[in-house]
Design a protein. Structure first.
Length: 124
């Protein structure tokens, strides 16, 4: 059923929670199937942009906003933490994330620039 979205109890709950989470900080939009197949930023960058705006986002809210699976969010967070771009802190039963903005961008074309510069440009 291409082009149809079936809402489950899980997705409805995540949508309601995400809309409360993102009230003023981020425009929350249902991921559209007709969007282009690529964007200028990677999903790793999307995770960092979202966390820089709200460090207490849950993984399922990140998944919803970015338009990827919770498993993909978990893998990306693991990558970012291992590489030293994100620090994860357990607060009760939840995680709080700190984006380490002084870390350098990874590609040779971006040499001399850091994460903070990129996030500043994309700040809302």
């Amino acid at each position: 059923m291409r082009g149809h979205h079936v809402a489950t109890t899980d997705t409805i709950g995540a949508q309601q929670t995400a809309s409360k989470t993102y009230d003023r900080r981020m425009a929350l939009m249902e991921p559209e199937l007709e969007r282009p197949s690529w964007t200028f930023l990677t999903n790793h960058a999307h995770v960092m942009v979202a966390l820089s705006r709200d460090p207490e986002l849950r993984q399922r809210d990140l998944a919803y906003v970015i338009g990827i699976t919770p498993g993909a969010v978990q893998r990306i967070l693991d990558d970012l933490e291992r590489a030293g771009y994100v620090k994860r802190e357990k607060v009760g039963r939840r995680n709080r994330y700190e984006v380490l903005t002084s870390e350098s961008l990874r590609h040779p074309l971006e040499e001399g620039h850091n994460i903070g510069e990129l996030l500043e440009v994309l700040r809302d």
